[in-house]
Every structure is written in structure tokens, then in C-alpha cells.
Design a protein around this ligand. Sequence first.
Ligand code: NZQ
Ligand code: ZN
Length: 392
Amino acid sequence: MENFNFYAPTYFAFGKDRENDCGELVKRFGGSKVLIHYGGGSVVRSGLLDRVKASLQKAGVPFVELGGVMPNPRSGLVYQGIELCKKEQVDFVLAVGGGSTIDSSKAIAAGVVYDGDFWDFYQGKLIEKALPVGTILTIAAAGSEGSPDSVITNEDGMIKRGATGDAIRPKFSILNPALTETLPAYQTACGITDIIAHLYERYLTNTKDVEVTDRLIEGLILTMKTEAPKVMANLTDYEARANIMWAGMVAHNNIVGVGRSQDWTSHQIEHELSALYDCAHGAGLAVTMPAVFTYNCKHDVMRFAQIAVRVWGCQMDFANPERTARDGIEALRSFLISIGMPKNFAELGAREEDIEKLAYTCCYGKGDEGGEIGGFVPLKQSDVEAIYRLML
Ligand code: NZQ
Ligand code: ZN
């Protein structure tokens, strides 16, 4: 195991009706004027936004609002949010929604206290200062409620990039599983896929002897395997939603990723797809993961065989471990298809003729990249192209 620091000081308020505590929590974490930031309207329709405002009013905390965050959140709204916060002297950003709303909130929070262009952070500059952020999560997926990361799409070129820094880790996150019961089946499955991807990205490591985090990851994927069919069969299964919601947080606040190298190839390759075609991140990952794993399988057959046996229930073929490894990848693919995820480029709305461009942007688009991606196996543009072709 490698040396590590782990400090993840988000306060979690979990369970039914907890959104009613948001006014008190904002005060507790120093907010005196709030920006309520939300998406395309699901929180208006569900009545959540009204409950949030009532809680802030009860706590005597004034607020302004900015809705309209799109899935794969855009830079334009971030600039608007920064201006609004400066004009209104906001000192706390409250995200009410999914990963897109939370990420947009984090970008605004960092941009308000920065003299330059907030996009600098999405080109590699560490976020060291930001307004405090709180979240009320409505979809179990991205894990942004416990992570120090934010992913934004720059409308200038439709480039999707991530930024990071402990300053944007939420001060508090309210997780009420009942709020996720209004999610359609497709969005629910996209979230489940993203959670599984966050676990695989950490599982695929070159660090030896990381049994505790291996076992935690396996336990979480096993949980998704048992809870996903329950929630897909009954979208208002509170207990299944509760297990998935907490798994989504644990999968991505990095408690299961410490002390080990991590991969993130599938995310890098997927981000090009959701940037160009505006598909859901989870749907893109469902198509990307089996292709990446198939391509990288030979790099560490025993690691893929281990997860095949321990999670997917495959029989170990000692004479041919690669067969076991590949069986595990196929089991993952079948599972994702069984919950309604797309299986290839066509179902995702992606086009073969874009492959060269996608691979180029993936490897060089950041400007500061050396043309290689991947923490598990270093991949060049030609490798990334080959992976996209496996998705056809
Ligand atoms: O905008 P509204 O109307 O709220 O609708 C949303 C949106 O259309 C809807 N939705 C959310 N909660 C709902 C609901 N509909 C009905 N009932 C509810 N309770 O679901 C749609 C998707 O929402 P979004 O916020 O985009 O989903 P998600 O949480 O999956 O976030 C995806 C974004 O997070 C990024 C992704 O790249 C993507 O841009 N990621 C962020 C990470 C991070 N910050 O740590 C890590 C992830 O790997 C990921 O890259
Ligand atoms: Zn993700």
C-alpha cells in the first residue's frame, strides 16, 4: 500500500425529510446569504425547492436563486452564477439536484473568489479557495456530494474537463433517498452505472497488497448487483434507494481509493462522448467500460479474474485465467444491459466517423497533456481509437 492522506470533512445528514434541516446547516457552516442553484426543473415539480426555501426562511437566511443547470453542465451558466453571487454578496452556495448542479455550484463557488477566469481550474490549476458549498442530492450517481471534484463543459469547443481541490468539497450534504424516487428508470440505471464505474476506476490498480480497499470495492459492487434489480423492479423501493445512495457517496469520496494507484481511463474516454453527443455520463460509461477492460485485460489478467470470481460469481479457470477475466467483463456487460443501459456506439447516438477526433481530443485536448491517458495502462491516441472501435 502507498502512503496517503485522507481528510474528507463533509457533514452528512441522511434519511427521510432531512432537506428540512438545510437552513440550520447553512447557518452552522457560516452562510449568511445563499445562492440556491438547481437544474432543469425536477426540484420545482417535486416541491423540493419550496421546502428548501421554507427551511432557509425559517432559519432567517436570505437567498437568491439560479436554475437551469443542464446535464453535462455548461460554462455559460457558471459565469452567470459568479456575476450573480458578486452582485448579491452571496457567501454560501447551496446545490439542489444531481451531480451536474453540484458541479456547477462548485465552479461558481471557486470562481467568485478568484480574480482570473474560472476555466483556469479546469485546465489544471488547483482550487485552493472557494465559497462554502452545501448540497441536497436528488440522484445517486456522480458522488459529487462527497468529492473534491467538479466537471464542466466549456461551450467554446464543447470541451468537458474536471477540476479539483479540497476547497470545493461540500461542507454538508443532505441525502434523502426518498428524493430519488421520482427518477425515471433510465436515469436511475445511469446513476448505478456511474457508481460501478467509480469503483472499477479504483479497482484497476498497479499497487500490490491493497486487500482492504479491494474488499471494500468488491462489497460495494456486490451491493449494486443486489440492489439494482430491486430498484429497477420498483422505483419507489426506499431501502434499495437508500443503499444505492450511500454506496454512491462511499464509491467516490475516495475512502476506497486511498493507498493505491487508480485508472480513470473509462471516464476520460467517456467524457469525450458526453461532451460531443450530450448523452448521459452513465450511459456513456456502460458502453465504454467493457471496451476499455477488454483492451486492457492482458495487462493484469489476475486482477480481472479476481473481480470476475469475487463479484460476478465466475468459476476460476486455473488453466486459462484469461477466460475467467473475460467472463467477468462479459458478466458486467450483461448486467448493464439488463438494467437498460446501451451496449454500443449506435445506441448511444455516437458516430464511427468521429472516432479519430474523439481519440485526439481525449489524448491532447487539455493542452497540457502529453498525449497519453490512463493510470492502469498508459494509452496513446492509437490505443484510444482502437477502444472506440471496440464499442461499434
Ligand atoms: O435538471 P433536472 O430537472 O433536475 O433533471 C435531472 C437531469 O435531467 C434529472 N434528475 C435529477 N434528480 C432527479 C431528476 N429527475 C427526477 N427526479 C429526481 N430526483 O436527472 C438528470 C441528470 O442529472 P445530472 O445532475 O446530470 O446527473 P448526475 O448526478 O449523473 O451528474 C452527471 C454529471 O456529473 C459529472 C458527469 O460528468 C456529469 O456531467 N461527474 C461528476 C463527478 C464529480 N464531480 O465528482 C464525478 C463523476 O464521474 C462525473 O464525471
Ligand atoms: Zn463518473
